[in-house]
Design a protein around this ligand. Structure first.
Ligand code: SAM
Length: 257
């Protein structure tokens, strides 16, 4: 199922993911004047951070509403960034023009990882690099997401592509002349309580909004929140409120020669 991430209010999640965009941009270190393409840019977290460093940025995303939000943020901050509709496997960008192609939890949603990798490689300049982030499939958030997918009947089928594994990424990018390195990172999610986090996620997250009719059809809409709260409460790291940590990788693929 292809989800329109303009549904609900992705802005909430984007604010929580901002530290990851910061970490990816710090690692990739775009230079002033460098051309940067942000794949699956959403509301523009990474794109704007690159533009703040003086890079010339194009953000690409399939979600028209999020592109409008991103363009509004760039205009409000007076930053040099443009935003275009597109898909990781079909980027509206000329061959070999990006010194840096970045994707913060964006390309990982492409239905065909091989096609997405080929396309990101196509737009990346000789000597350029691709920086992307991907979740590790462990931790409370991953377990809660799996519970939600199962309840909506969206689980099953082949396992998702392991974007977090160095070997899998090398298999994607080495044929295009890239060497891949991977480093591990962590991000915390906080809320007043586990229940508050679940209520906010189910009300606002685009995937939760898109799958709500399936949950209702399957008679799972009432039971799912309790199951998710139990998963989060068992993993709570903050006795006075709520905090869980998710692990992810930052992968850097450098084009040889
Ligand atoms: C978790 S959000 C990340 C957004 C942004 N990079 C950030 O850090 O906030 C996933 C984004 O990937 C986009 N997306 C989904 N499928 C995609 C695809 N096939 N190609 C490119 N982007 C895609 C969604 O529209 C959404 O904006």
């Amino acid at each position: 199922m292809s989800v329109d991430w303009g549904l609900g209010r992705y802005e909430r999640t984007a604010a929580q993911l901002l530290p990851a965009a910061r970490a990816v941009i710090e690692r990739a270190a775009p230079a002033p004047g460098e051309q940067v393409v942000d794949v699956g840019c959403g509301t523009g977290n990474a794109a704007l951070l690159a533009a703040e460093r003086g890079a010339r940025v194009t953000g690409v995303d399939p979600a028209a509403r999020l592109l409008e939000v991103a363009a509004g943020r760039a205009a409000a901050q007076g930053l040099d960034a443009t935003f275009s509709r597109g898909d990781a496997a079909s980027l509206p960008v000329a061959d070999g023009t990006a010194g840096l192609t970045v994707s913060v939890f964006g390309a990982i949603f492409a239905p065909d990882p091989t096609a997405a990798a080929a396309e990101m490689a196509r737009v990346t300049a000789p000597g350029g690099r691709i920086a992307l982030s991907a979740w590790l499939p462990d931790g409370a958030v991953a377990r809660a997401v799996r519970a939600a997918r199962e309840a909506a009947g969206a689980a099953g089928g082949p396992p998702p592509f392991p974007w977090h594994e160095q070997e899998a990424l090398s298999a994607l990018f080495a044929p295009h002349g890239f060497d891949v390195t991977v480093e591990h990172a962590k991000i915390g999610f906080t809320a007043g309580s586990a229940r508050e986090l679940v209520e906010q996620e189910l009300a606002n997250h685009p995937i939760a909004v898109a799958t709500r009719p399936a949950l209702e059809r399957r008679g799972e809409a009432e039971a799912l929140p309790g199951r998710m709260v139990a998963i989060y409460e068992a993993a709570n790291e903050d006795p006075d409120a709520f905090r869980v940590t998710s692990r992810y990788v930052i992968a850097l693929a450098r084009r040889r020669g």
